[in-house]
Design a protein around this ligand. Structure first.
Ligand code: NAD
Length: 351
């Protein structure tokens, strides 16, 4: 039996991944470790309560002793590292925790994996690896920086991150790469575009707009709203990670994207129209500092070399996502009634 250590599995993408893996691979054990920050929510995992192949441990990835104990007590065959501070706006307000979680936390996991996977220093081709082990770092297209009006991100581009969030993710990518080059730690890095779908924390664009729209609250859009992102349904991101986990070539980086470039205003108008509300709810607010203008992914490598394809069209995915939030208003209310309410007031009061 394979035992996969998933970090950050109580967050948006991590919980979708845990749910997918337990359904798709009933012979795998999944250990989910998560510090349960404001973004971690065990309600996302209620469907797998009682599954004998699943274990949750509340732990911070920066806690070296506890991470060591988890590796010591389990035959971990892969790590999929989702755990991170993930919101760009928060990284502008408070960069430090982004550096400690996203960089140092990743390094703690790498060190521990190296120790228990018996990687020999300076010998990339040593025969002592536990067979089949892999460290998979879940990264983002934001590490490449911003594109002009044309062009696509390819894996060989230099990393030019513009926010503390993307700089911390780029740093983690480089540390992961260095553990592969220097110690031979088997790894892949995936760099995905913007995700949407069920269980996304309501500070992010799509759930924020759906929720505000339902309550007929103002819809805050940064700047002129013409920032372009490439959108992918979270379940397509999860199947891509599963593909890279099983088929990815050691040491390689794979971009993940669905060829769905949309401007922020376009997305907001689509939500307004689907919910039958008025475009007068839109309120253009002061732009985010360092706001990247355009991201777009070239996914040729993962589609041609590993045979992955997204299953969702954007139209189908966004329709299902809006329906999911309509069917799960209590899930959002449980979040909004907590600390998030204070954060929201701080960010958007006086707009
Ligand atoms: P999220 O904020 O919803 O979830 C992050 C999870 O990590 C939470 O459950 C949180 O409790 C946990 N966590 C935070 N700090 C921790 C720590 N120190 N120790 C243990 N757990 C900790 O984020 P998400 O949107 O699900 O993103 C997951 C990963 O995917 C991140 O690494 C992010 O950079 C990457 N990513 C996200 C997107 C996107 O569009 N959301 C796109 C590409 C890549």
């Amino acid at each position: 039996m394979k035992t996969i250590l998933v970090t950050g599995g109580a967050g948006f993408i991590g919980s979708n991944f845990v749910n997918l893996m337990l359904n798709k691979h009933p012979d795998y054990k999944i250990i989910n470790i998560d510090a349960l920050t404001y973004a971690g929510n065990l309600e996302n995992l209620k469907d797998i309560d009682g599954n004998a192949n699943y274990e949750f441990i509340k732990v911070d990835i920066r806690d070296r002793e506890k991470i060591d104990e988890i590796f010591k007590n389990n035959e971990i065959t892969s790590v999929v590292n989702f755990a991170a501070e993930s919101h760009v706006d928060r990284s502008i307000e408070e960069p430090e925790i982004f550096l400690t979680t996203n960089i140092i936390g990743t390094q703690v996991l790498l060190d521990t994996a190296k120790k228990y996977w018996k990687v020999n220093p300076n010998d990339k081709y040593c025969k002592e690896y536990k067979p089949g082990v892999k460290f998979l770092q879940v990264s983002t297209d934001e590490v490449y920086g911003a594109l002009g009006e044309t062009g696509l991100f390819v894996e060989t581009m230099p990393l030019l991150p513009n926010s503390p969030y993307s700089a911390s993710k780029a740093s983690a990518d480089l540390i992961v790469r260095s553990y592969n080059e220097t110690f031979g730690l088997p790894m892949n890095i995936t760099r995905c575009s913007n995700n949407y779908g069920p269980y996304q924390f309501p500070e992010k664009l799509i759930p924020l707009m759906i929720n505000n729209c339902l309550k007929e609250k103002e819809l805050p859009i940064y700047g002129d709203g013409m920032q372009i992102r490439d959108w992918l349904h979270v379940s397509d991101h999860c199947t891509a990670i599963d593909t890279v986990l099983h088929k990815g070539k050691d040491g390689e980086v794979y971009n993940i994207g669905g060829n769905n470039e949309k401007a922020n205003t376009e997305i907001v108008k689509l939500i307004i129209n689907t919910l039958g509300k008025s475009e007068n709810l839109i309120k253009y607010v002061k732009d985010r500092p360092g706001h990247d203008r355009r991201y777009a992914i070239d996914n040729t490598k993962i589609t041609t070399e590993l045979g992955w394809e997204p299953a969702y069209t954007f139209e189908q995915g966004i329709k299902e996502t809006i329906e999911w939030y309509l069917d799960n208003t209590q899930w959002i209310e449980n979040i909004i009634s907590g600390d998030y309410a204070n954060y929201y007031d701080k960010m958007y009061s006086g707009i």
